[in-house]
Design a protein around this ligand. Structure first.
Ligand code: GRF
Length: 195
């Protein structure tokens, strides 16, 4: 019997991606890992409410140093950035090398990097006039949205889409499917000692 991968999910906002991971744990899509901690840099993030409603411990981060110590104390094996909007420093990245993954709401390398987060990503896609966008799960390194790509899922842009209608479709048809599956895949690799 493999030990379950201990997962910390880092959030800053509504937490719909956190909810997707919580639901995937409940319905058996995620069976090689368990969320043991939710971390936020925003005390009013609704994602913290979701953690509380599901009996998951949460932690409001102060300094990156404290964050590293807390994650090590909790024996965290995998850090999942789910709508987390703070750029993490090199100490953090080094402390969890190849153990941090992020969901980005575009098909990287399009519409990513500095300033490309949340709704701005969809504004850029509509402005450029692309016909297809989507979401990407990738490892996190020191370049914003620069780490190795793990999975991607395409979503069509519809005539008359606004950034809001497009964000909703990308979440529903890509993010909330891609991230839980990637969390299971990476958790299994870690549990088997392959990562
Ligand atoms: C979403 O657009 C997601 O793609 C991005 O952050 C936004 C909010 O996500 N990473 P959530 O609802 O807080 O999970």
């Amino acid at each position: 019997m493999l030990n379950k991968t201990r997962i910390a999910v880092m959030v800053s906002g509504g937490g719909t991606n956190l909810q997707a991971i919580i639901d995937a744990q409940k319905n058996g899509i995620i069976k090689s890992g368990e969320i043991v901690l939710v971390v936020s840099n925003k005390k009013d993030a609704f994602a913290l409410e979701r953690a509380k409603n599901n009996g998951i411990k949460s932690y409001l981060m102060t300094s990156e140093e404290d964050l590293i110590a807390t994650l090590k104390d909790e024996r965290i094996d995998l850090v999942v950035l789910a709508g987390f909007l703070k750029i993490l420093g090199s100490d953090f990245i080094k402390a969890f090398e190849n153990r941090i993954i992020n969901i980005h709401p575009s098909l990287i390398p399009s519409f990513c990097g500095k300033g490309a987060y949340g709704l701005h990503v969809h504004e850029k896609a509509l402005e450029y006039g692309v016909k297809v966008t989507g979401a990407t799960v990738h490892f996190v390194n020191e370049i914003p949205d620069g780490g190795r790509i793990i999975a991607q899922k395409a979503v069509e842009i519809h005539e008359g889409d606004t950034p809001e209608t497009l964000q909703k479709r990308v979440m529903e048809q890509a993010e909330w499917i891609l991230l839980p599956q990637a969390v299971e895949d990476i958790s299994l690799k870690i549990a088997k000692g392959e990562l």
